[in-house]
Every structure is written in structure tokens, then in C-alpha cells.
Design a protein around this ligand. Sequence first.
Ligand code: C5P
Length: 237
Amino acid sequence: MKAELLYEGKAKKVYRSSAYSNQLVLSYKNDATAFNGKKKASFIGKGRLNNEISSLIFPYLHERGIRSHFIQRLNDTEQVVLETKIIPLEVVVRNLATGSITKRLGFQERTPFEPALVELFYKNDDLDDPIINDDHALLLTDITSKELREIKVKALEINTALRELFQSINLKLVDFKLEFGRLPDGSIVLSDEISPDTCRLWDMETDAKMDKDVFRQDIGDLVTVYEQILERLEARV
Ligand code: C5P
């Protein structure tokens, strides 16, 4: 099904599908990186877990009218997606202050953001993904100001849907990162992945961190935590 390797990122490889010209195969790797690649490790099972978790979340969002590149899970570590041209923006949505915003702007840990806060980062490893404003985003990408407004509205809709999903499995959605891509017809859809690598999730009862922060902060076993997320998602009917 997969053929030519198009791109290898920190957490995934992207292949062109040999079956369909407008489809790609995303292959989830076991590698984990943090602090823009400065901390690295590999965890057996991580690729499968993120592939399976993402493959449950995208269909959930589809049911709520949120289009994405996702087509189907192919096997343990791979999924088939529509080919998009990735817009080099990381769209971060925050419900509670933690992580970079506490250091950058001095917000107290756990300050609630109501409505949720949307931040834009320029997806550029050489520049360490700097935070940017809307005007920068328009200069650095090919999106129009109307499309940027739509992306932000979509990010908040996705936040509402994901908060509901995670709440139903006893998890607080603290913050997360989204990427969007352009389809050949010009429309913009949600792309990349949604997994504990890209979301901060805290257990509703214990407040335990159940995401990549366990690796970033060396406070637990990543695979055990990701397995629990998958189990809770699968048990949800
Ligand atoms: O580090 P920061 O607090 O800005 O991260 C906000 C959210 O975006 C976190 O959920 C984090 O996992 C996610 N993120 C990501 N990829 C990045 C940067 C942040 O998935 N390159």
C-alpha cells in the first residue's frame, strides 16, 4: 500500500500510497522527542498506541462535523490519510495555563482560560517553532485572513468536542496542538495527529499527568500511560 518515503519527521514517516495518488500513509514511530528534539528516546509500542488513539479520535471528530485528512487505520502503526499541503502553523489551544505559557508570560500554573486561548506558532525546527501573531502567520503562510479566522474558530470547535470526549473518560483536556493542511480543492482540513504526544491530559480524580509530560519531566512510564488512554477510549461506548 505504501511506496515512496516522502518525509520523515520526529514522530512519523509519511509515504505516498501506491494504491491512490491523492492518499498518503502515515507511519507512527516509537521515537519520542521533547524540547524541539533536544531530548530523545524510543519506546516500544508508542507508535502503535498513538496510531490507535489518533484513529479513534479523528472519526469521533468526523461525527461532529469536523473534517480531517484521516481516512482509516491500516494496521498497528499506520493510517491512510488524504494528501494535504501542510500549513506551517502549530495552532495551540489552552484551557488551563501550564507549559510554555507559564514561562513565557508568567501565568500562574492552572489559571483557567475562558474562553479557551488560541496561540499560533511558526512550524520551523531551525527557529525552534517561535510564537507568532496573526500578521506574521499571514506573511509566513499562503492562508488568507478569512482562512486564518476559520482555522481559529475550527480550533475552538475541536476544543469543545475533545473536551467532551476526554471528560467522558475522566480526563481533563488542558491544552493541545493542531495542524491544518490544504486539500487539492483548496479547502483546509485538520491534519497531523491527535494523541497524548500532542495533548496535555490530566486525570480528573488524581490530577496525574497522562501525556508526553511524563517523558518530558521523567515522571512516569510513557507506554503505560498511553495504554491507559487507549483502554479508556476503547471502553467508551
Ligand atoms: O509547550 P507548550 O506548553 O507550548 O505546549 C502546548 C501544547 O501543544 C501541549 O499539549 C504540547 O504537547 C503541544 N505541542 C505539540 N508539539 C509542539 C509543541 C507543543 O504537540 N511542537
